[in-house]
Design a protein around this ligand. Structure first.
Ligand code: SAM
Length: 240
């Protein structure tokens, strides 16, 4: 059930109940398939990553505006991308498109679970092209205790992030015209990338597997709609 649009106050108790209802629904629908993804999404407070005036809508299964013309992805899409990436504790993940930082926090809960010793932790490196969003996400992640598991960098993520490469997993949360070559190069053999590819009006979410011999297999899993990946291996600033 959706909260009536524009509602500005709701209790923590109400948010907790709505979060459980949403996650249960995603599980019934088969979007959440693993306990790992369920637990990760249960532990991250999405209400802390959305603008205060949209707090009551944090558990509507919708994208929401986060400023600078960008959005936080819908919870079902975050869940689906985490499942398709087959994230495991210990993985090093590159996320392209930090936005609010929410998806990075969910992935950090999977690759670096608090209940496991730090030596077994992986980490999330997330890259955002808009400095204002990156700074806000960094502050939110720090306040919520993710500073040692998530590194936020500013830059053109269509080029990947070479200083931390290679990655076990790459998750791209903005739509590319094609699979950017630098991202394929920075993916470990045996690694998986999840990326929306298409034009402004129709995209498919692809699961890209880089085999041990370096060959690549790309499989579309669903249609989707993301904001454009803007950069050298993405779209030009207003060119979508
Ligand atoms: N994962 C985000 C979250 O949890 O809030 C949602 C991401 S939003 C749908 C897509 C983000 O990708 C936007 O913040 C946008 O500025 C960013 N973006 C677009 N092109 C980019 C690029 N070349 N490099 C890095 N970030 C990019």
């Amino acid at each position: 059930m959706l909260v009536p649009l524009g509602r500005r106050s709701c209790t923590d108790e109400e948010l907790r109940r709505r979060k459980r209802e949403l996650l249960e629904a995603l599980r019934r629908e088969g979007v959440i398939r693993s306990e790992r993804v369920y637990r990760a999404m249960l532990s991250v407070p999405r209400e802390e990553f959305v603008p205060p005036e949209l707090r009551c809508h944090a558990y509507d299964d919708n994208p929401l505006p986060i400023g600078c013309g960008q959005t936080i992805s819908a919870p079902h899409m975050v869940a689906m991308m985490c499942e398709e990436a087959r994230l495991e504790p210990g993985h090093k993940v590159l996320e392209v498109g930090t936005g609010s930082g929410y998806h990075a926090a969910v992935m950090a809960e999977i690759v670096a679970p608090r209940d496991q010793p730090r030596e077994r932790w992986g980490r999330v490196v997330t890259i955002e092209r808009i400095p204002e969003l990156a700074e806000r996400a960094r502050r939110t992640l720090e306040r919520l205790g993710y500073a040692d598991r998530v590194k936020v960098v500013v830059g053109d993520g269509s080029l990947g992030y070479e200083p931390e490469a290679p990655y076990d997993r790459i998750v791209v949360t903005a739509a590319a015209p094609d699979i950017p070559r630098p991202l394929l190069e920075q993916l470990k053999p045996g690694g998986i990338m999840v990326i929306p590819v298409g034009d402004r009006y129709l995209q498919y979410l692809y699961v890209v597997v880089k085999r041990e011999d370096g060959s690549v297999e790309a499989r579309p899993v669903t249609s989707c709609l993301f904001v454009p990946l803007i950069g050298e291996y993405g779209w030009k600033e207003k060119g979508v």
